[in-house]
Design a protein around this ligand. Structure first.
Ligand SMILES: NC(=O)c1ccc[n+]([C@@H]2O[C@H](COP(=O)([O-])OP(=O)(O)OC[C@H]3O[C@@H](n4cnc5c(N)ncnc54)[C@H](OP(=O)(O)O)[C@@H]3O)[C@@H](O)[C@H]2O)c1
Length: 246
């Protein structure tokens, strides 16, 4: 185990772009060393590492892996733990969300979605149980809309993200008492690429707080779940109250 004086370290999967990159940056701002996992966004991961070094003096490592490969999640966690000699937080953010009508879902698409959204988090968490520092935290990015409300064109995403609730509850119990497991379940934060303005406007009619969320809303919740030492097994909706209007 690392000495108490060495800075804390976080691994963020899917950390090169969009919400994942905002999560990486939020930990860098707080003095963490960061391990940025990416699949295909190598240039974005490099640019983020440089930007964080320049802004905060952050030490970072980049780990590439296709999380649909069976052995990749374990390797990513082991590489991250070796990178700086300690690993305190894992944020499992990488995700597949392909809009396909029910009739057109293929086994290949199902398997890709299931592998990244469900199998990978399972094995990331299994490795976390082995390598996270005592006091460490595993945070899964869930999806409140997909799991509680659901869109017919997103069934593989919806079903795999729903199963994460069981993973988080079981994992919280299994990793206790020295490590915690929580999830953030955003509503609409960064509209998926391809979601038009009309669909966003229609969606917002059912959001009591009457706006889309932003990355900062997710980061506040994430920080709370990482810092609050007596919270484990929680799946926290960050959805402007959308869950009140099913
Ligand atoms: N954005 C929202 O409004 C929203 C709402 C609810 C929940 N969430 C959840 O929050 C998390 C982040 O959201 P996001 O919108 O930023 O996600 P995203 O853009 O859909 O995907 C995040 C990253 O996942 C990585 N990824 C996908 N397939 C992969 C594979 N086979 N191997 C390795 N990496 C893979 C990609 O990395 P590369 O680019 O490096 O390939 C991608 O950049 C997700 O878990 C999502 O479900 C987001």
């Amino acid at each position: 185990m690392a000495g108490p004086a060495s800075p804390r370290t976080v691994l963020v999967t899917g950390g090169a772009r969009r919400l994942g990159a905002a999560i990486v940056r939020s930990f860098a701002e707080r003095g963490y060393r960061v391990v940025i996992h990416h699949g295909q966004s190598a240039a974005e991961a490099e640019a983020l590492a440089v930007a964080l070094r320049d802004a905060y003096g952050t030490e970072s490592r980049i780990v590439q892996a296709d999380l649909a490969e069976p052995d990749a999640p374990t390797r990513v966690v082991d590489d991250a733990a070796r990178a700086f000699g300690r690993l305190d937080v894992i944020v499992s953010s990488a995700s597949v969300m392909e809009m396909v009508p029910f009739e057109q879902v293929t086994p290949a698409q199902w398997m890709r979605t299931e592998a990244v959204n469900l199998r990978a988090p399972f094995f990331l968490m299994q490795a976390a149980a082995r390598v996270l520092e005592p006091g460490g935290v595993f945070v899964q990015m869930a999806d409140h809309l997909a799991t509680e409300i659901g869109w017919p064109k997103l069934l593989p995403h919806q079903i795999t993200k729903s199963a994460l609730a069981q993973l988080v509850r079981a994992g919280a119990d299994l990793l206790a008492p020295h490590r915690r497991v929580n999830a953030v379940a955003p509503g609409l934060v960064l509209p998926p690429e391809g979601m038009g303005e009309a669909a966003v406007t229609a969606f917002l009619r059912d959001v009591p707080l009457a706006r889309a969320g932003g990355p900062d809303d997710v980061l506040q919740a994430l920080r709370a779940l990482v810092d609050a030492a007596y919270i484990t097994g929680v799946i926290l909706p960050v959805d402007g109250g959308r869950h009140l209007r099913r």
